[in-house]
Design a protein around this ligand. Sequence first.
Ligand code: PMP
Length: 457
Amino acid sequence: MTNQINNPQTRQWQEMSQRHHLAPFSDYKQLHEKGPRIITRAEGVHLWDSEGNEILDGMAGLWCIAVGYGREELVEAASRQMRELPFYNTFFQTAHPPVLELAKAISEITPPGLNHVFFTGSGSEGNDTMLRLVRHYWACKGQPNKKVIIGRVNGYHGSTVAGASLGGMKFMHEQGDLPIPGIVHIPQPYWFGEGGDMSPEEFGIWAADQLEKKILEVGEDNVAAFIAEPIQGAGGVIIPPESYWPRIREILAKYDILFVADEVICGFGRTGEWFGSDYYGNSPDLMTIAKGLTSGYVPMGGLVVSDKVFEVINECGDFNHGFTYSGHPVAAAVALENIRILREEKIIEKVKAETAPYLQQRLRELADHPLVGEVRGVGMLGAIELVKDKQTRERYPEELAVGMICRGHCFANGLVMRAVGDTMIIAPPLVISRDEIDELVSKARLSLDLTLRDVQA
Ligand code: PMP
């Protein structure tokens, strides 16, 4: 499946990779045997590699390119800001216009009551900030024992020590003694993989009830917060059964703990609403944001804090936490412009009314494929489950790595689709057109056919 290499520069870059570059989440030996594909350019929803191949980016970079590649306005916003004020910190009683204007703009689009923003360089740093801030909040309220944070198995909240601990990825916990103390996990609402004989609705209630069980086990007086992605992204685009979030809301209303929505993927329009919390009608006390905030053009993340939480920490002296790049002016200028584009071009409204329904309809046509056990999706998120038996949801043996075979065929045929085990996932740029959706689905079908052929061989 290795693509033919004709450009001598590709080899040179691959050698640089082998000698000097440590890529994230990679088996270095394996990576170097094949060599990375070198992406050199992008426009709209398409990428080009150093061999001149055109690829439809079904993953929006890494869930982040909301407004599409090649938006000159973002380039302009960055260069204007670099000329005016390329950097200044926001630590010692200073601030600058872009960070303040951005904080205000975010408060206008977030759900009611979420009006205060702590900026970070990434989603992981946003979740680290959350962990420190919620413990600070409870200490300020005279309840310093409320420290434990409840996350979910197979949730993803980043790669820093706190981020990886809050997440429930076993293969990450296995490296470096994670999770750190004070973080526990409950099962995920993944009906297709774990629902057994229960109906999706029954399973959703069961999975939500695990939160109450855990709160009682740890003791309400020891629990600081519950963190969850509205839809788990990196875990495999896990869309909870309809019964899940209403039951979680009931449980949260019963106990005095904070609710943190990790909106790093779902935020900024991915579900067809500004935030995944809007889509489900959830009212978080805190929200982590990143990715779509700047459409990925420059790194930026943040933690959005509700009035309720702010009022407590506001009366409690210093919050001893911050990053050199908290509120970086160039990132803030790009984020502001990105939000302006999303608003003025009504991109999210268009996703909701036109392109997401079309994408979801076209994707579901793949459910008739012999390899496909389920197709699910919301907005510009989709998942395709690859199975051996459509009826029983039985998987192929793990050693066969069917998901990786399919990912390889996608890539070779000009489509980026990611594999999480044997779940194929997509999250294209929000600006993808109907024609491009047709292209995505036909490339996906071809890749499924080729995967089936390999599996049968
Ligand atoms: N939370 C979620 C839900 C994510 O998907 C990610 C990144 N994929 C993160 C946090 C971490 O963000 P970053 O990689 O910017 O640190």
